[in-house]
Write a new protein. Structure first.
Length: 263
C-alpha cells in the first residue's frame, strides 16, 4: 500500500510540478510589472498572439516550437522551460528525500522551492525581493520546524533571529561605513525567513555556499565587463541558490562534515 502512495506522490509531484512551474513563469513576468496574474491569458510578449492550449504545454511546446513564437517567430525566453524543469525537479527531489520521513515536510519543502524560484528570477531581473515571498517562506518555516528530522524548532527560531540579525548588521554597517547599501533590505528579510525555514545550522551552510559562489561569479563578471566597481548586482539569487541546496541536501552534507571534524 505504502508503495502505491509513494508512486502516486511521484506522479502528482511530476505533473503538478510542471503546471506550477508554468504558473511561476506568469508570476515572475507579471508581478514586478504590476500586471494581473489571471488576465489576460498567456500570450506572446512580442506580438500578443494568444497561446492555444497546445502552445502552452510545459517544456514540450517550447521544444516543439523550437523556442520561437508560432506566429511572429520571435524567440521565447529559455527561462520558461528552465523554470518549469527546475520546479519539477525540486518537487520530485522533495518527495524522494523527505516523503518517507514526513509527507507534510516534503510538500512544504516543494512549495518553498517554488517560492524561492520566484525570488531568484525577480531579484535577478528587477533587483527586488517582494515581502510576500519572504512572508510565505517564513510560513513554510513555521510548519517545517516541527517536522525537521535534523533540527529542533528552537534551532529554527535561532536561525530566523541570527539570519535577520547578521544581515541587518551588514546592511546598516555598510550604510554607516561605506555610505551605501551593500545589500538590499529585502535580503535581510529573506535571510530571517530562510533561518526559520532551515534552522541556524543549515542557514550557515546556505549563506556560505551563496557567498562563495556569488563572490566568484561577481569577480568573473567584473573582469569580463571591466565595469566600474559601482555597478550593482543582486545578491539575492546567490543566497536563494544556497537556501535551496541547504534545504534539499543540507542534512547529509552537514552530517558528513560534522563526522569529518569529530572523527
Ligand atoms: Zn509572437
Amino acid at each position: 500500500m505504502e508503495q502505491y502512495i509513494l508512486i502516486c506522490a511521484y506522479v502528482i509531484a511530476g505533473l503538478l510540478g510542471l503546471c506550477v512551474g508554468s504558473f511561476l513563469n506568469v508570476v515572475i513576468y507579471r508581478l514586478p510589472r504590476k500586471m494581473s496574474l489571471a488576465f489576460p491569458g498567456s500570450h506572446c510578449t512580442s506580438c500578443t498572439y494568444k497561446l492555444k492550449w497546445y502552445d502552452n504545454i510545459p517544456v514540450i511546446s517550447w521544444l516543439m516550437l523550437g523556442g520561437k513564437c508560432r506566429k511572429c517567430k520571435q524567440p521565447i525566453s529559455v527561462r520558461y522551460t528552465v523554470v518549469e524543469t527546475a520546479n519539477t525537479a525540486f518537487w520530485l527531489l522533495s518527495v524522494a528525500l523527505f516523503w518517507k520521513e514526513s509527507p507534510l515536510y516534503a510538500v512544504v519543502c516543494a512549495v518553498a522551492c517554488s517560492l524561492l524560484i520566484c525570488v531568484f528570477y525577480i531579484d535577478l531581473e528587477h533587483m527586488i525581493i517582494f515581502n510576500r515571498f519572504s512572508i510565505m517562506i517564513a510560513v513554510c518555516g513555521l510548519i517545517c520546524m516541527f517536522y525537521d528530522g535534523y533540527t529542533k524548532p528552537a534551532d529554527h527560531i535561532i536561525g530566523a533571529l541570527a539570519g535577520g540579525g547578521v544581515f541587518a548588521l551588514l546592511y546598516f554597517g555598510a550604510i554607516w561605513i561605506l555610505k551605501r547599501e551593500a545589500l538590499g533590505f529585502g535580503d535581510v528579510k529573506l535571510a530571517a525567513a530562510a533561518g526559520l525555514l532551515l534552522g541556524w545550522q543549515k542557514l550557515i551552510f546556505a549563506v556560505l555556499i551563496g557567498s562563495v559562489v556569488g563572490s566568484i561569479v561577481l569577480v568573473i563578471l567584473n573582469r569580463a565587463k571591466k565595469q566600474d566597481k559601482d555597478t550593482e548586482y543582486p545578491f539575492g539569487p546567490f543566497i536563494v541558490g544556497g537556501i535551496i541546496i541547504a534545504l534539499l541536501a543540507g542534512e547529509p552534507i552537514l552530517k558528513w562534515y560534522m563526522g569529518m571534524i569529530l572523527g
